[in-house]
Design a protein around this ligand. Structure first.
Ligand code: TRP
Length: 444
């Protein structure tokens, strides 16, 4: 009892679901998902993504949360408690490291959103007569100190929230920002669905073009599902560790996944009609949100208002996700080394800020770190989590953890997915990503 009050707890199911949805909903939904759908065949990408969320994402989300809830520990401590004297805790270590890596560049991209909000609200973004938004982005990308400033500010906010604790910091932030976020999306949706490009935008987003998907797009969709649901590095183990045994899992898990998926689709519905209204390029890649979309805003009435609202949305989404990334490291330091929460938050946050400096100073570096995390660390972590829950944990224990606080309905399906389906599918992602490297070795 005493240790659980020191660690902290969610006040209840609503707080937990909103915090976990806050972790899931982030730059992955609003920045990555639309540009990837644009690149990989619209609804063709969305179909594979939805399949991956249901068949792999849901079981893995369930697995991570139940591991945390059953052990009330950070990822390293959770695996050590369930499997003492084995190599499994290494998977937890991998997760803690992945959290450092992801947050390092995540803070930089969130910093861009801060810069854009500031530029839009102060009228600078749309003041240049040339109206070249790629110019605006290139200027920012070339200005290291300016990026570092915004990244630092964003990290300070993240540290502050985490240092205040599970209920007073993380849960409260989710309870305020999540409803605001959905509200902003609905306002923006009102604009986009009444714009001239709505038909062509929906057609582009909602009609599958399988020829543009390809094997690579299918794998990108799987990786996207992982990243978007915050899986593969113990973030959900950590959030699960603050959850009481009296809360039923599958319902909450489904709500988190539905909220996350809904927000990704809504982001697409906001962005594509606007892009088509002004005949802009919908498959622009990572620049879609930072270059193409502001061009569309520039041609609408009240561009500064619209752009500020959109980038504020991006900041809110990013902040609740960054908090979950930092919380993994903090829970680890608090549980394993008895640091105080404040010391752990400030210490880990400062290190992550420094790790992010190369990403702020070089866009190429940022892309590499992103690829390292999404293509390697998360899939490996997810694969190991599936193998642990499916094969190492015995079936009776898995059933007990799954069913605590509820009826245990759906266990058979869950166990089949986590034991066979998830490892095979994730194994394929990994092989696909390693294959060029392996074949390169032989070709060389
Ligand atoms: N899910 C968040 C997004 O879509 C990012 C994120 C937060 C994350 N915590 C995570 C990704 C843990 C992987 C693992 O932006």
């Amino acid at each position: 009892m005493e240790s659980s009050t020191v660690r902290g707890n969610w006040s209840g199911r609503v707080g937990f679901v909103l915090a976990a949805a806050g972790s899931a909903i982030g730059l992955g939904n609003i920045w990555m998902f639309p540009y990837r759908a644009g690149q990989y065949g619209g609804a063709a990408f969305v179909f594979v993504y939805l399949g991956a969320v249901v068949l792999i994402g849901l079981p893995l989300l369930n697995s991570e949360i139940l591991l945390g809830r059953a052990t009330r520990r950070n990822p390293v401590g959770a695996l050590r408690l369930l499997s003492p004297g084995t190599g499994w805790p290494v998977v937890g270590w991998l997760g803690v490291i992945a959290g450092f890596v992801i947050l390092s560049y995540y803070g930089v991209v969130a910093g861009w959103a801060l810069d854009y909000t500031w530029m839009a609200a102060s009228g600078q973004l749309f003041s240049s007569t040339s109206g070249s938004m790629s110019g605006a982005f290139e200027k920012l990308a070339a200005n290291g100190p300016r990026q570092v400033w915004w990244q630092g500010l964003f990290m300070l906010a993240t540290i502050f929230i985490v240092s205040r604790g599970v209920e007073q910091g993380i849960e409260r932030t989710g309870k305020i920002l999540m409803p605001l976020l959905f509200g902003i999306v609905l306002v923006l949706l009102g604009y986009s669905l009444t714009s001239d490009g709505v038909e062509r935008g929906l057609e582009f987003f909602m009609r599958p073009r399988f020829s543009e998907l390809g094997w690579q797009g299918a794998l990108a969709a799987l990786g996207q599902a992982f990243f978007s649901l915050s899986l593969g590095m113990g973030a959900m183990i950590t959030y699960g560790s603050y959850l009481g045994e009296d809360e039923s899992l599958p319902g909450s898990v489904a709500m988190i996944a539905v909220a996350d998926t809904a927000l990704a689709i809504l982001a697409g519905l906001v962005i594509f009609p606007l892009v088509f209204t002004f005949n802009l390029e919908p498959s622009a890649g990572p620049g879609l949100v930072f270059i193409t979309l502001p061009q569309a805003f520039a041609m609408m009435p009240a561009p500064a208002f619209l752009a500020s609202l959109f980038f504020l949305l991006l900041i809110f989404a990013a902040l609740t996700s960054a908090v979950s990334l930092l919380e993994v490291a903090v829970a680890f330091l608090v549980d394993e080394f008895k640091f105080s929460r404040v010391t752990a938050s400030v210490g880990a946050g400062a290190i992550i800020f420094c790790l992010g400096l190369p990403s702020a100073l070089s866009e190429g570096f940022l892309d590499h770190v992103d690829a390292l995390a999404s293509n390697w660390l998360l899939p490996v972590g997810g694969l190991c989590t599936a193998l642990f829950v499916g094969w190492s944990l015995d079936r009776a224990a898995a059933r007990k953890f799954y069913a605590a606080g509820g009826s245990g309905r759906g266990f058979e399906m869950f166990h089949f997915c986590i034991k066979y389906l998830a490892p095979v599918a994730v194994g394929v992602i990994l092989l696909q990503n390693t294959w060029p490297v392996i074949s390169g070795l032989f070709a060389g």
